[in-house]
Design a protein around this ligand. Structure first.
Ligand code: AHR
Length: 622
C-alpha cells in the first residue's frame, strides 16, 4: 500500500462526513435515550377513547377496595383523559384497606432503573372530592420493598381543582426493575394525570439518559438526522410524527401511536428536544419532515399547502427570531437563541410514490424562497441517474448482506460529478443472517463500504448508520448500533467501526494505492489534527474482508523529511475468533478495537492483517 502524504496529494473530506441517524424505533427514545421513567404518563395510550388503555399502569387492590377508570376531565385540552381512582376501603370501618394501601403503579418501560443515592423528580397532577393522603413511592417490582417514598397530604379545598405536585425522591438502594406507585388507605375519589419521574442527572441537564447520550457523543457525530425513518411517514398519515403536536409544555402534548414500529410515545422527546440534543452533541440537526405521504395514504399536490406551511413553521420554530410567531414559541420553551438548522429532508423513502415529485416541488420552492440557505435533501437516489428535480442532496439507503455491502465500496465511483446534488448515505447496515444482532462480519463489510465512501468524498458528503438504538425489550429491527436495557448498554461491532471513522469528518483524504491480487482488501488514508492534543496524525485504514491473514507492506511517500518526521505510531485492530461473534451485556467488548504500539513505524512498515479484520495505523507527524 503506497500512501502519499504530501500536501499536494490531499483533498478535503467534508466536515459533515460522519453523523448519526436517530429514529424513534425499538424504543430508542421513549424508554431509551429520553430519560422519562413513566410510560403512558397521561393515561392517553388508548387515544381519545373511553375507556382508554392505561397499560402499563396496573392496579394495586381488588374489586372490593378500589375501582379504576378513565374519564375526560383532565385540565389539559389536548389530552383530556385522566385516571380516576375510587377508593372503596378506608383506614377504619367495615372495609379496611390493606396496610400498604391501594392505588396504581407504573413499571416504566420494562422496569425503572433506580440507583442508590440518586434523586428522582416526580411530578403529577391531582384532583379529589375530599382531602388526600397519598403515598408516592419507588419500590421493587413487587411493590413490597420501598426504595424511596413521600406522603402527599392536602385538604379538600387544596385539591378540589387540578393541582400540580412536585417532589424529589432519593433512592436508598439500587433496583433495575423498579416501579412508581401511588397508594392510599383513605376512602374517596382521586384523579391523577400527567405523571412524570425523571432522574436529576440527565445529559447536560436536558432530559437525555446520560450513559446512552455519552455513547452517541463518543461517535463524535457531525450531524444528526431525525426523527425517522418510517416513524416520520407512519403506516397512515394520521399516525405520522407531526412536530406541532410534540412541542410546548410536556403536560400538554397529546402523544401519539407510531403505527410503523407499533408503540405509543408520550412525545416528551419532541421536536424541540431533538434540536436540543443535536446542540448538546455539537452536531448539525437534519430534520426529516412528513411530506404528505405515509406508507398507505398520500395527500395530493393540489392539497399539500397545509403540510408545506407546517414545514415552514417548523423551520421558523427552529431558527426564527424570537419575535416571530414560532421563534417566540421556541423562546418560551427556554431557547431564545435559534438552533442551527441548515438541512431538511422532504420525506423518507418516498421517491417512488405517486405524489412525491409533485409534493416535493411545492416544499422545495417554498423553503428555498423563504430560506435560500437551507440545504434540501431529496428521497430520490441519483447515484446512477440524474434527478428530475432540483436538490442539494440525494438520499441513498442500503440494507444488504455482507458481500454486497463490501462490494459497494465502489458504488459512487460512477456517480455524476456535474455540480449537481451530493450524496447523503443516510441509512446503511448489513442485515439478515450475516448480521445477526450485530456481528463482526457485518462490521467488517461496513468498514469496507465506508473506506470506499471516503475515497468518493468529493461526491458523498454525509453518512449515517441505521438504526442507532435498540431496547432489547422491543427489538423491531436488527441489527442496531447501540443495545440497551433499563440500565446497561453496549456497542455492536458496527458501533465501534463508526467510532473509528469519525476522525475523517473534516480531515484530508490522502492519495493511496493498493497493489494486491486479492479483492478482499480495501484501504484509505487521511491526515488530521486531533482536537484533544492539537497534534497532526496520519491514519491508514485497511479492511481485510477475506478469511486468511495478509501481510502488507505500507510505504509512506511524499514526506519532506527536512521539515516533517514520523513520531510514535499505534495500531488498532477490530477482529475476533469467529466472524459471527457479537457483543452482549455479559461480554460488551468481546468484539471491540484493540490498540497497541506499532513497533515497526516508519516510512516502510510490514504489517499483518488478521482474517476478517479492520485495522487502523495512526502515525504522529512531528
Ligand atoms: O432504519 C430502519 C428503517 O429502514 C427506516 O425507518 C426506514 O427509513 C428504512 O426503511
Amino acid at each position: 500500500l503506497a500512501v502519499d502524504v504530501s500536501d499536494a496529494s490531499g483533498t478535503p473530506i467534508p466536515k459533515t462526513f460522519y453523523g448519526i441517524f436517530f429514529e424513534e424505533i425499538n424504543h430508542a427514545g421513549a424508554g431509551g435515550l429520553w430519560a422519562e421513567l413513566v410510560s403512558n404518563r397521561g393515561f392517553e395510550a388508548g387515544g381519545p377513547n373511553i375507556p382508554s388503555n392505561i397499560d402499563p399502569w396496573a392496579i394495586i387492590g381488588n374489586e372490593l377496595t378500589i375501582y379504576v377508570s378513565t374519564d375526560r376531565t383532565s385540565c389539559f385540552e389536548r389530552n383530556k383523559l385522566a385516571v380516576r381512582l375510587e377508593v372503596l376501603c378506608d383506614s377504619e370501618g367495615d372495609n379496611i384497606c390493606p396496610a400498604d394501601g391501594v392505588g396504581i403503579y407504573n413499571p416504566g418501560f420494562w422496569g425503572m432503573n433506580i440507583e442508590q443515592g440518586k434523586k428522582y423528580k416526580v411530578i403529577f397532577y391531582v384532583r379529589s372530592t375530599g382531602a388526600i393522603n397519598l403515598k408516592v413511592s419507588l419500590t421493587d417490582s413487587s411493590g413490597v420493598v420501598k426504595i424511596a417514598s413521600t406522603d402527599i397530604k392536602a385538604s379538600a379545598s387544596d385539591v378540589s381543582n387540578w393541582t400540580k405536585v412536585e417532589t424529589l425522591l432519593e433512592a436508598n438502594q439500587t433496583n433495575h426493575n423498579a416501579r412508581l406507585q401511588f397508594t392510599t388507605t383513605s376512602k374517596g375519589v382521586i384523579w391523577l394525570d400527567q405523571v412524570s419521574a425523571m432522574p436529576t442527572d440527565t445529559y447536560k441537564g436536558h432530559g437525555f439518559r446520560s450513559d446512552l447520550a455519552q455513547m452517541v457523543a463518543d461517535i463524535k457525530p457531525s450531524f444528526m438526522r431525525f426523527p425517522g425513518g418510517c416513524f416520520v411517514e407512519g403506516e397512515w398519515l394520521r399516525n405520522a410524527f407531526r412536530w406541532k403536536e410534540t412541542v410546548g409544555p410536556w403536560e400538554e402534548r397529546p402523544g401519539h401511536f407510531g403505527d410503523v414500529w407499533m408503540y405509543w410515545t408520550d412525545d416528551g422527546l419532541g421536536y424541540f428536544e431533538f434540536l436540543q440534543l443535536a446542540e448538546d452533541l455539537g452536531t448539525l440537526p437534519i430534520w426529516v419532515f412528513n411530506n404528505g405521504i405515509s406508507h398507505n395514504d398520500e395527500v395530493d399536490p393540489s392539497a399539500i399547502l397545509p403540510f408545506v406551511q407546517e414545514a415552514l413553521d417548523g423551520i421558523e420554530f427552529a431558527r426564527g427570531d424570537p419575535t416571530s410567531k414560532w421563534g417566540r414559541f421556541r423562546a418560551a420553551m427556554g431557547h431564545p437563541e435559534p438552533f442551527n438548522l441548515k438541512y431538511v429532508a422532504i420525506g423518507n423513502e418516498d421517491c417512488g410514490k405517486k405524489n412525491y415529485q409533485g409534493n416535493y416541488l411545492r416544499f422545495y420552492n417554498a423553503i428555498k424562497s423563504a430560506y435560500p440557505d437551507i440545504q434540501i435533501i431529496s428521497n430520490c437516489d441519483a447515484s446512477s441517474r440524474p434527478l428530475s428535480h432540483p436538490a442539494d442532496f440525494y438520499d441513498y439507503h442500503v440494507y444488504t448482506n455482507a458481500n454486497d455491502m463490501f462490494s459497494r465500496a465502489q458504488v459512487f465511483k460512477g456517480a455524476s460529478r456535474d455540480g449537481g446534488p451530493k450524496a447523503f448515505v443516510s441509512e446503511y447496515a448489513v442485515t439478515g443472517k450475516d448480521a445477526g444482532t450485530g456481528s463482526l462480519l457485518a462490521a467488517i463489510a461496513e468498514a469496507g463500504f465506508l473506506v470506499g465512501l471516503e475515497k468518493n468524498s468529493d461526491i458523498v458528503h454525509m453518512i449515517s448508520y441505521a438504526p442507532l438504538f435498540v431496547n432489547t425489550n422491543d427489538r423491531r429491527w436488527n441489527p442496531d448500533a447501540i443495545v440497551f436495557n433499563s440500565f446497561q448498554s453496549y456497542g455492536t461491532p458496527s458501533y465501534w467501526v463508526q467510532r473509528f471513522f469519525s476522525e475523517s469528518s473534516g480531515a484530508t483524504l490522502l492519495n493511496s494505492s493498493l497493489q494486491t491480487t486479492t479483492s478482499s482488501l480495501v484501504a484509505s488514508a487521511i491526515s488530521w489534527q486531533d482536537s484533544a492534543d492539537q497534534k497532526n496524525y496520519i491514519r491508514i485504514k485497511v479492511v481485510n474482508f477475506g478469511s486468511t491473514s495478509v501481510n502488507l507492506k505500507i510505504s509512506i511517500g511524499g514526506l519532506d523529511l527536512n521539515s516533517v518526521g514520523l513520531g510514535g505510531a499505534t495500531k488498532t485492530v477490530l477482529t475476533s475468533a469467529n466472524v459471527m461473534d457479537e457483543n452482549s451485556f455479559s461480554q460488551p467488548k468481546k468484539v471491540a478495537p484493540m490498540q497497541s504500539a506499532l513497533q515497526t513505524a516508519g516510512k516502510d512498515m510490514n504489517v499483518t492483517l488478521p482474517p476478517h479484520s479492520f485495522s487502523s495505523f495512526d502515525i504522529l507527524k512531528i
